[in-house]
Design a protein. Structure first.
Length: 310
């Protein structure tokens, strides 16, 4: 796969001078991809895969916690600066895109860290391209969602994402208005930081007063439907062949108790899948498990463990 270089250290409030971006050729165009850490492709490397309405800007806190690890993180098809890439979406499409990223930017199999929907993508990537994946770290995602089997796709979107999905159809008059929306979000109200603000600012397209979130609604809807009953996911779990560490957040998308997965649900999956180990990260929600200091530190410790075992 060919790679189009476009390195930059701009827009990086963390002050991490190792941050740079590049474009990787995929079906229909290029996938916008960021890197942190050592320049040497032979350095310890992970692939970080973001959630359903997120972007690569979800990962700077983890990069701060892993300064000696090379982190590759793309904006998935339909999100961020990859939002112009065409359908089809879905876990196999994202896996193919990320396989192209790894072919362009890595020298061998890597530990893959997926958050939320990115964890589902990671499981399918390991199944479709086993030569590229050493092990998996699944962060509050990757196992089928607990929703009734008879729900329609739109009902699944509403049940799982709620306001996160509604946001994608909203228009904001200014960047400050969008920041205010997020500052009131219960998941971030106590954990606002320059990194979160940069994540929020990056998530806008258009010009004032007609700013919109960058994630395409159809990409989100198509992908979310697969998180309950996608055949590629179920096949990948049935055939799971790499060591997989799952980290659960005890609080959910709106900082509510109970989390995305009910207590005990993931343990039942661990009983079925010998390669799967489940741990809980205390005092975090679905977002702060990667974007807050305590959550990112816990994920970083798990990544280091996975790298040592790889």
């Amino acid at each position: 796969m060919n790679q189009t270089a476009s390195n930059t250290a701009a827009n990086n409030p963390a002050g991490n001078s190792t941050y740079r971006t590049t474009e990787v050729h995929v079906r229909g165009g290029t996938l916008h991809t960021a890197l942190w850490g050592p320049e040497d492709p032979a350095a310890p490397t992970i692939l970080a895969v973001h959630g359903v309405t997120a972007s690569h800007k979800a990962w700077p806190k983890l990069a701060e916690a892993l300064p000696d690890v090379r982190i590759i993180a793309a904006d998935l098809r339909g999100r961020g600066l990859s939002n112009a890439l065409p359908a089809p979406y879905g876990m196999p499409s994202h896996a193919e895109d990320l396989a192209a990223v790894l072919a362009a930017l890595s020298t061998g199999p890597v530990v893959v860290v997926g958050h939320s929907m990115g964890a589902f993508v990671s499981v399918v990537l390991a199944n479709l391209f086993p030569q590229l994946v050493r092990s998996l770290v699944l962060v509050d995602g990757g196992l089928p969602l607990q929703v009734p089997a008879d729900l329609s796709d739109e009902q699944i979107v509403a049940a799982v994402l709620g306001p996160a999905a509604e946001r994608l159809n909203a228009v904001f008059p200014s960047r400050e208005a969008y920041r205010s929306y997020w500052k009131q979000h219960p998941a971030f109200s106590a954990d606002w930081s320059p990194l979160v603000e940069d994540y929020v600012d990056y998530d806008l397209t258009g010009e004032e007063p007609l700013l919109r979130p960058a994630t395409r609604y159809q990409a989100m809807a198509d992908d979310t439907a697969e998180l309950r009953r996608g055949p590629s996911l179920l096949k990948a779990l049935d055939e799971l062949a790499v060591e997989t560490l799952v980290l659960r957040a005890p609080r959910g998308l709106l900082d509510e108790p109970g989390g995305l997965y009910a207590p005990g649900y993931l343990d039942a999956w661990a009983d079925k899948l010998p390669a799967l180990t489940v741990r809980e990260v205390p005092d975090v929600n679905h977002y702060t498990i990667i974007m807050g200091a305590a959550g990112a530190a816990a994920v970083a410790d798990t990544v280091r463990e996975a790298l040592a075992l790889a």
